[in-house]
Design a protein around this ligand. Sequence first.
Ligand SMILES: [Zn+2]
Length: 294
Amino acid sequence: MNFTFQGKYVITANLEAVTGLHIGGTTTGFEIGGVDNPVIRDPLTNRPYIPGSSLKGKLRSLLEWALGGENLRKPHPKHGIYGACWCGKCEACKLFGVASDDTATRQQAGPTRLTVRDAFLTKSSVDKLQQFLGEGITTELKTENFLDRVTSEANPRTMERVPAGAIFSVEMLMDKYEDSDANLLKSLFTALKLLEDSTLGGSGSRGSGKVRFCDARIAWRGKADFYQNGGQEKELVRTARLQWTGGVNAGEFAGHKFSGKVEGSFTTDKAAENASLWTVLLKPENFQKVFGEG
Ligand SMILES: [Zn+2]
C-alpha cells in the first residue's frame, strides 16, 4: 500500500449538551454525602470534560453498525471478544484505526486517520453554569430510583451530570494519505449525525446524553503550504447557530449560517430549518463544493 501524507482537515465545533450529560469518572472512596456515579473531571480545574476516547469510541461504534456491522456479530478471531471491527478494509478501520495485530491487515488500513481531542467546557459555558449554580459548581446531581417490584421500596442512587445547555469545545483532526480519503469525511459526518440521534455517555436510554453540534469550522492544512512553507490554513466551512460571526459571503441554510470561503448559495429548504449541520454537509452537491471529491 502506498500512503503519502497530504495534509490534515481540522474540524472544530461546539458540542452542546441538550439533556444532562454523564461521562463516568471513578469514585475514590466513600465520602459522606458523596455521589454513587461522579462524572470524569480534569484534575487541574476540577471541571467535567469529555475524553476524546469516549467521543471517538461512540462515533466508531455508530459508524460500524451503520456500515453493516458484519464483524461486530463475530468474536475477534484471536481474542474472542465482540469488539471493534478488525477487517482493515472498511471506513471505520481507516478512520478510527484497525483493531488487529495482523501486519497485512494493518498495512491495508494504513495509518489511523482520525484524532479526537479531549473536549473541555467553553469559558462562557463555565461562567454561565457558575452564575446559576454557584461559584466552582458546574454539575448537577440527579437522583434515580430503583423500585423493588414486590415491596415497592425505592432504592435511590445519585448520579452527577453536566447540566443541559453546557457547551464543550471539540477538536478533531483527519489526516489525508490517499486522494480518496476526503470521502472518509462523509463517514465521519454520518457518525456525527448519528450521534445527534443517539446519546453520549451513561444513562442514555433514561434521558441523559443528547448532544448536538453547532458553530463548526473545517479548515485544510496542506503538507507543503501549511506545514513546510509556513502558509495559512484554508478555511473550508464556518457555521454559527448560537451566534452570528458575520463574514463576506454569508449565507444561511438549515439554521446554520455559513460564511467565509463557502458562498451562500446552498438551496434553502424551509422544512429543514432545524436539520443537523452534518445533513447540510452530506448533501452531495454541498460536499462536492466544499471538499472537491465525489
Ligand atoms: Zn473494518
